[in-house]
Design a binder for this molecule. Sequence first.
Ligand SMILES: *Cc1c(COP(=O)(O)O)cnc(C)c1O
Length: 397
Amino acid sequence: MKKELKPETMISHFAEEREKYEGAVVPPIFQNTLFTFKDWDAIDAAFDDRINTSIYSRGRNPGVNIVEKKLAKLAGGEKARLFASGMAAITAAVMHFLDAGDHAIAIKNIYGPANNLISVYLKKKMGIETTFVSGNDLDEYKNAIRPNTKLFYLESPSTAIFNIQDIESICKLARSKEIKTIIDNTWASPIFQKPLKMGVDLEIHSCSKYIGGHSDVVAGLVIGNAKDIDSISVNEFELLGGKTAPLDAWLLMRSLRTLPIRMKAHQENAIKVAQFLESHPKIETVNYPGLKSFPQHELAKKQMTGFSGLMAFKLKTSNLSQIKTFFNSLKIFKIGVSWGGHESLVYAPAISYLKELSPEQFNGLGISLGDMRISVGLEDAGDLIDDLEQALETISD
Ligand SMILES: *Cc1c(COP(=O)(O)O)cnc(C)c1O
């Protein structure tokens, strides 16, 4: 048997038919709406195999397809589809498994817009009922199952509070009840976690995070078996129309070539930063699955082969003016939403929550003013630590 190529090798070359493009080392961008055919029979035959033939770029585009093939291979899935955004991918996947009146079980603290989509929007439009579970107690799922339960929606690690779900056990339960599973695998990336191999039906990513990695593309991804992905292709993909632009797919191909080494570098930097924060007297707690002190570290290690760069920590002070001074004093960590790019970022979740919630509701959520979320980028770890240190020094004892 031939040895499987390592991701670093595979991702550089797989699915690139360079002889078709005069040997060009980078495939061209197919910036065209339609494809032309030599005669009646040729276009007639194309429609008989429309999933695998390029006819119109809302359906299939050869440049986009190269990237889809690489990502399917990397995740250990049969097929993949790129979407215009992570949310377009989530919408397609959820609607693929749910019909009007179905029931879904989702973990609390999934990505906010995904929560809104399932529990508010699809409830209104399709009568979908959702039960939220804390995430890691199998009995909670068992107790929540109804005769019309069709979907478990997971996000592990969850990106708001870093909850880890036992993917294999949850999928086993789902299969025994003929319930489908979707996981948002954006935090781990397809490098550090392979949910399809643990029994998940559809794996989702926001490619706007690590897969893109350069903070210059918004895109999404669904990976699964050929039957599900082909059905999504002719239904949710073509009908809802949330396709990726050829240029964006081409930028993702550029990004993929460095994804394995970028993830290693994010991991190396993140662990150094997390350890620094954990040992600092002005920090109350650090929430990072890669730390030994992380409550679910053993489960995290069991199902992931590495840890990415998004983490949270809590400042000891609850004085808003000191918290703001710390936040504003960071120089290398840029202030902004999103994460997973080359650049380090900081955000304080309180900024969003305080707009929507009363102080009492806010306190009830278990979030505090001093909670910080950072995305550790690819800069030098020592420089990042120095930046955090000088900002922490602005907090008086
Ligand atoms: C950003 C994000 C999404 C949504 O992706 P977009 O590309 O912004 O639509 C989904 N899930 C998680 C965990 C995210 O962080």
